[in-house]
Design a protein around this ligand. Structure first.
Ligand SMILES: Cc1cc2nc3c(=O)[nH]c(=O)nc-3n(C[C@H](O)[C@H](O)[C@H](O)COP(=O)(O)OP(=O)(O)OC[C@H]3O[C@@H](n4cnc5c(N)ncnc54)[C@H](O)[C@@H]3O)c2cc1C
Length: 394
């Protein structure tokens, strides 16, 4: 049976798009190469904006029931350990990707999506004009639309010869869950600690655990001895505030999740006719803590446009133009600001200046927090037109 849409990748962007298209009556196949539940590298800080998407999807209550931890304070420290603390404009949440991705995938399947965990998409041929043939596991299926929701970087990008691959990025990132006496100090708070060669975020997740996630330069990893523990101990813990915090925490994850090549450069929204969402369309600097909300927002942006295209009310070119325009309008400013803050966090002098400025001029901190969430970027004409709120339908 031909599908209306094949969605590649069952992270936040893929599951949300699949769920929304299925609710609009489309036949959707959602392929995820991993099985659920599984740990995934992420800071696991869900900015307040993510909750609007959860509410629209009808999963907010389930997210709370999964144990999401409320977060209403942000602490930023310079490499010297000097810090500045600010209230978040709204309550954010901390929930592991182990719980969150499984929850969303189940919801998509519950809405009629043909969800296939443990299934990798290896090839896509065709166009928006003529339709696609997609290699899904051992099978080839036909679809009118293919959505790329496969994250920041994948082998499909290589097949599609996407230009962003020409630029190497010298970053590695790790994450693990911790527990211990210091977890109480991190409750309700996201902490971002800058250090020579990288930065580390600490935030609470379900079960009184703390997620520690850090990103650094590959040179910092090599110089420290090549292991995540060594990078944390020898480089990042040079920040006394982070050192104190980690002194009261013990790792409870069996292993570290790791990624290399974190691509923060601009990307295209379409490649080989595939419509990209989430990190596949563009990744915001991790320090902004907004990647998951953006992944959900791209799903909110693309779903009504894709549905209109599938109903024959948008031509392929009009679908492309409208999505491109809506994406740039919604995310352009925060992507640029995110790259700037990320660069500053890697430079001790700039990080010190940024923290000091936020201490002395608190409105600056509030402006940064709001602008990296896109509050200035949205214009009324381009707000996401998501489906009406759905009742929790577990
Ligand atoms: C160090 C670091 C810290 C971060 N911290 C935060 C944070 O605190 N808060 C926040 O909001 N964001 C954070 N982010 C960003 C956030 O993790 C991403 O923006 C978000 O996960 C994007 O969701 P996605 O659905 O686009 O992609 P993903 O969540 O990466 O999902 C893509 C999925 O596609 C699957 N896949 C890949 N290729 C294929 C294939 N060929 N076939 C089938 N399946 C495939 C993968 O297995 C994966 O499950 C962080 C990122 C990094 C690197």
């Amino acid at each position: 049976m031909p599908y209306d849409a094949v969605i590649i990748g069952g992270g936040l962007a893929g599951c949300s798009t699949a769920l929304q298209l299925a609710r609009r009556g489309h036949a959707v196949l959602l392929a995820e190469q991993s099985t659920y539940p599984r740990h995934k590298l992420c800071g696991e800080f869900l900015s307040p904006e993510a909750q609007s998407s959860f509410r629209r999807l009808g999963v907010l209550e389930a997210v709370h029931e999964a144990g999401a931890s409320p977060i209403d304070q942000a602490v930023l420290t310079a490499p010297s350990g000097t810090g500045t603390e600010h209230a978040l404009p709204d309550t954010a949440l901390g929930l592991s990707r182990y719980e969150l991705d499984r929850l969303l995938f189940r919801r998509a399947c519950g809405a009629g999506v043909d969800g296939r965990p443990g299934t990798r998409v290896t090839d896509v041929q065709g166009s928006l004009n003529d339709g696609f043939a997609v290699t899904v596991g051992a099978e080839t299926v036909e679809a009118r639309l293919v959505i790329g929701a496969y994250g920041r970087r994948g082998t499909l990008d290589r097949h599609l010869d996407r230009p962003f691959l020409d630029q190497r990025t010298p970053y590695v990132a790790f994450k693990a869950h911790y527990a211990g006496a210091a977890a109480a100090q991190v409750q309700n708070t996201i902490e971002l600690h800058s250090a020579p060669g990288g930065y580390c975020g600490l935030s609470p997740v379900e079960g009184t655990r703390v997620n520690a996630c850090w990103i650094g330069h590959t040179d910092a990893l090599k110089e420290a001895g090549g292991t995540p523990e060594a990078m944390l101990d020898k480089r990042l813990r040079q920040n006394p505030a982070l050192d104190t915090r980690l002194g009261g925490l013990t790792r409870v994850s069996d292993q570290f999740e790791a990624v290399s090549q974190v691509p923060l450069m601009p990307k295209s929204r379409f490649a080989g006719g595939i419509c990209m969402v989430g990190d596949s369309a563009g990744m915001i600097a991790p320090l902004c803590g907004d990647g998951m909300a953006m992944a959900l927002q791209t799903a909110d942006l693309v779903s009504p446009l894709a549905s209109t295209f599938l109903e024959g009310r948008h031509s392929p070119s009009s679908f492309r133009e409208k999505y491109e325009e809506a994406w740039t309008d919604t995310f352009g400013t925060r992507m640029r600001l995110g790259r700037w803050i990320h660069t500053a966090a890697f430079r001790p002098g700039a990080a010190r200046l940024l923290v000091r400025s936020c201490r002395v001029v608190p409105p600056l901190a509030r402006w940064l927090i709001r602008t990296t969430r896109g509050h200035r970027a949205q214009r009324p004409g381009h707000r996401a037109t998501a489906p009406p709120p759905a009742a929790d339908d577990r």
